[in-house]
Design a protein around this ligand. Structure first.
Ligand SMILES: Nc1ncnc2c1ncn2[C@@H]1O[C@H](COP(=O)(O)OP(=O)(O)OP(=O)(O)O)[C@@H](O)[C@H]1O
Ligand SMILES: [Mg+2]
Length: 502
């Protein structure tokens, strides 16, 4: 066995995050680590790599007991970790990112050429031949950055590679590239721990899997012999609520909002959009196609430089988020790290935040009302927290995501934009959120749903708009909404059918 963890326990004030967990990893395998939001996956990784001190438990690497007290010590022992949010420095070059801290003496006074050669050697075999190592890392896609981070981790550590939700912000093509890299490393004999909420990916890439639930080890098994429903049962401790299947498409309905020729040069070409009461409009497209840009101009995050919008009462101002909120818009963005939660504030404060901003800071929302709101959403979204007063930074990644969602729901907007609302959210909560979308729209809320998961778009949308090369290129309605047609529209070439934009 390459790595063995025995009887690992870790408690935080008020929470038993890990309760006597065992885990082992073979050389040359991909081992998926699964469980609901808050199950303890990231905590296991952090105890293993010295980010957190464990309360008790033993770790063996290649038969030798180790006890890393920092990520550096873990790296030196042979264990490297790559998180979803790439922890490299975007303003440094690719080469600098790959080599910093590695060989201090040789690189104390580095010759650029040497560093460059070193970096190129490190990247060999990762399929990044098109990457210029002297360019800033930040100029490349998240996928490339992710692979650079892996190359660095492998070069530094070389035995165990831990990937904590590495694919959460990658599209299908990028995920495939990443998987090729992972397979290559498996062949070289590395042991790889893969954490993800995408079960399809787990079945595609992993050899074995381990499920945690409420900080306890539930099962370890060969992936090939595991049935999908059985796996979900292990994760949730109960069956997945019978999915309601596909939404009954609404058509017609009162027009609530008209957008005409809205655009921002370099971001999104002019588009029209009519939003009806209680409808879900899906936005499909590849990463970088213009989906988020569409949301950004609608919400004034990127002020539009042409076009206008009206509702039943006349023109509305979408030039800034403040005016968009005043017009009844809400926007739960994708990137919870930069746009999302304020880690030091409590769950209650984070949820009340946007509502407070809308009412104005001079009219504070009474505590009791804040508490009621927070507890309501903790229950509805099943946010795993000891209570409303817990600092959000102490929640697991997926539960932080739910807090962001709750904040915008609490404002009860007329038109809510959700950018990848289920990324990083476990299968159980995933179904809950889709159900909630159904309830909210039944009460009249209109929703713009951006998602990379076709199943989700198909299940939830009344209409799907396909975005490609920063244009809205086609619209599917009702029964037309199916995977094949969405893919065709995404993949179609520029010539051929014209764009639907003015
Ligand atoms: N720094 C911390 N302080 C207090 N509690 C914490 C801290 N980090 C994690 N926890 C708690 O430990 C438990 C396990 O969290 P962990 O982040 O390991 O979950 P996870 O399985 O990675 O979930 P997700 O899928 O949402 O990322 C949660 O209840 C969480 O609130
Ligand atoms: Mg986690």
């Amino acid at each position: 066995m390459l790595l063995t963890i025995e009887d690992l326990t870790k408690t935080f004030p008020g929470t038993v995050a890990l309760d006597g967990v065992c885990f082992d990893l073979r050389a040359g395998e991909v081992h998926a680590l699964l469980g609901e939001n808050g199950a303890g996956k990231s905590t296991l990784v952090k105890c293993l790599t010295g980010v957190h001190a464990r309360d008790s438990g033993t770790i063996w690497l290649e038969g030798k007991e180790i006890s890393p007290a920092s990520t550096l010590e873990a790296q030196e022992a042979g264990i490297g970790t790559v998180y979803q949010e790439v922890n490299l420095l975007p303003n440094l070059t690719v080469a600098e990112n790959l080599t910093f801290g590695r060989q201090p003496t040789r690189f104390g006074m580095v010759s650029g050429r040497k560093m460059r050669a070193e970096a190129e050697a490190m990247l060999a075999g990762y399929g990044l031949d098109h990457v210029n190592v002297t360019r800033e890392l930040g100029t490349y896609s998240v996928a490339v950055q992710q692979i650079v981070a892996i190359a660095r981790a492998v070069a530094l550590s070389g035995k165990v590679l831990i990937l904590d939700e590495p694919t959460a912000s990658l599209d299908a093509r990028e995920t495939e590239t990443l998987f090729q890299v992972v397979r290559g490393l498996r062949e070289r004999g590395l042991g790889i721990v893969f954490i993800s909420h995408f079960l399809d990916q787990v079945f595609e890439i992993s050899d074995r899997l381990t499920v945690l639930r409420n900080g306890r080890h539930i099962t370890t098994a060969d992936t090939a012999g595991m049935d999908r429903l059985e796996l979900i049962h292990h994760m949730l401790g109960h069956e997945l609520e019978e999915a309601e299947g596909r939404r009954r498409h609404r058509q017609g309905g009162v027009e609530r909002l008209q957008v005409r020729g809205l655009a921002r040069r370099g971001k999104i070409e002019p588009f029209d959009l009519t939003v009806r009461e209680g409808e879900v409009i899906g936005l499909a497209g590849l990463l970088g196609s213009g989906r988020t840009e569409t949301a950004d101009v609608l919400f004034g995050r990127t002020p539009p430089d042409r076009g206008d919008a009206t509702d039943a009462d006349g023109p509305i101002d979408l030039r800034t988020p403040r005016t968009a909120i005043a017009a009844g818009f809400g926007y739960a963005p994708e990137d919870r790290k930069t746009d999302g939660v304020i880690a030091d504030l409590s769950v209650r404060e984070n949820i009340a935040l946007a509502l407070q901003a809308r009412r104005g800071w001079t009219k504070p929302i009474p505590r009791a009302e804040q508490r009621r709101l927070a507890n309501d959403y903790i229950r509805r979204l099943d946010i795993r927290t000891p209570g409303a007063e817990k600092a959000v930074g102490d929640l697991s990644g997926g539960n932080q995501q739910k807090v962001v969602l709750a904040r915008w729901l609490a404002m009860n907007p007329r038109f809510l934009i959700l950018d990848e609302p289920t990324r990083g959210i476990d299968v159980g909560a995933h179904a809950e959120i889709l159900k909630l979308i159904g309830e909210l729209t039944a009460q009249g809320m209109s929703i713009l749903l951006i998602s990379s998961e076709f199943d989700e778009l198909i299940a939830a949308s009344d209409r799907v708009i396909v975005v490609r090369d920063r244009r809205h290129v086609s619209e599917l309605v009702g029964e037309e909404i199916e995977t094949g047609r969405i893919i065709d529209a995404i993949a179609a070439h520029e010539n051929g059918e014209g764009a639907m934009t003015p």
